[in-house]
Write a new protein. Structure first.
Length: 68
């Protein structure tokens, strides 16, 4: 996610804590940006786990298995 979008998420979060709050359009924008951020975060974590190996006591490397 590009830094401008993260900056916008933070800006909307700060504004939501003010007495004036967010407009309906800003609430929708905030929800969409949050969903996009979470999707990017999950994809990044999945990629990291796909490249993670476990080394057992004998020194054998094996990939992490996906939970069913």
């Amino acid at each position: 996610m590009i830094s401008e979008k993260i900056e916008r998420i933070n800006e909307l979060a700060r504004k939501s804590r003010t007495p004036e709050g967010l407009t309906e359009a800003e609430l929708v924008e905030q929800a969409l940006l949050r969903k996009e951020y979470i999707a990017d975060w999950k994809a990044s974590l999945a990629s990291q786990l796909d490249n993670t190996y476990i080394v057992d006591a004998q020194g054998n490397k094996r990939k992490l298995e996906k939970k069913k």
